[in-house]
Design a protein around this ligand. Structure first.
Ligand code: PTJ
Length: 265
């Protein structure tokens, strides 16, 4: 149940509504308590990027979607935060790209798994991998609960989408040869740095755009998709993402400088 009614003209309406969704997700067992903190960190970075999807994030979205469409066995890893914020989009993207959804939790509890299954089914998911009764295997050299993966999902995937992920598993997935795509507002996180493609944007904006672009790109020839992925360099992508933050902050600082000049007149 929503705790507050947010006025439609509130300047921070979208951010507050997103926050409410995370709180509700926590009350419903979908989001881990640490997920509330992770969301707050995300909010802070979103402020720094100007709460808008920039040109660089759009390039990363295209490369991510093209790589998913090219993959033999892409899989989308779902955690509590992603499920609470964008359940319908996860299902849509999964269907368009033929990428099954796999629940993979850092803070595993059976109640959380059940709550996420219910939310994904409500959003239209027909098949959900990664649940306790499914055949599983372990990612070597990873101590967290995330090491347990579905044998028909992440276990045999060539590409894994890991939105809002912790660094350890991204590194472990890379070690076993997976192509990793992530969505992370922090361009300096270990996940951002280890991934092959990092979309530096809020998942609530990036996911609907990924759905839209996957619908468009699905009809493009393989060569065009391959060219998009080949032209993408994640190091440069992250450098540009940080430059965009600096540009945004410089604009903000210039705005304050002008106000001060006006006041001193
Ligand atoms: O549901 P579980 O048990 O699997 O746990 C999920 C969390 C998110 C708690 C777990 O993966 C975790 O602890 O992640 P971290 O290490 O806090 O990393 C999450 C990353 O996601 C951080 O770099 C945040 O800046 C980023 N982030 C948070 N909210 C958003 C985001 N990125 C994009 N969109 C967001 N809305």
């Amino acid at each position: 149940m929503t705790e507050i009614e947010i006025p439609s003209d509130h300047p921070r309406r979208v951010s507050l509504e997103t926050r409410e969704r995370i709180i509700e997700g926590h009350q419903d067992n979908i989001v881990a308590t640490a997920g509330l903190l992770a969301h707050g960190r995300g909010e802070a970075f979103d402020y720094l990027i100007g709460e808008k999807t920039n040109d660089q994030a759009m390039k990363a979205i295209d490369a991510a979607v093209a790589s998913m469409l090219l993959a033999d066995h892409p899989v989308i890893s779902v955690n509590g935060n992603a499920c609470s914020l964008v359940p319908e989009e996860l299902v849509e993207l999964s269907e368009i790209c033929g990428a099954p959804l796999e629940i993979n939790l850092f803070y595993y509890r059976k109640e959380r798994e059940d709550a996420i299954v219910t939310a994904l089914k409500k959003a239209g998911a027909k098949e959900i991998l990664g649940t306790i009764e499914r055949p599983s295997e372990t990612i070597p050299e990873l101590s967290s609960n995330r090491r347990k993966v579905d044998s028909d999902g992440i276990g045999s995937a060539d590409l894994v989408v890991v939105p809002l992920e912790d660094g350890d598993r991204t590194e472990a997935l890379k070690r076993i040869g997976k192509f990793v795509v992530t969505i992370d507002l922090n361009p300096m996180s270990r996940t951002s740095v280890y991934s092959d493609i990092t979309i530096v944007d809020n998942i609530v904006r990036a996911m609907p755009l990924m759905v839209e672009r996957s619908r468009d790109l699905k009809h493009e020839p393989r060569e065009k998709l391959e060219a998009i992925v080949k032209a993408f360099d994640n190091r440069k992508n992250l450098e540009t993402a940080i430059e965009r933050i600096i540009e945004h902050l410089e604009k903000q600082a210039a705005g304050f400088a002008n106000i001060t000049k006006e006041e001193n007149r």
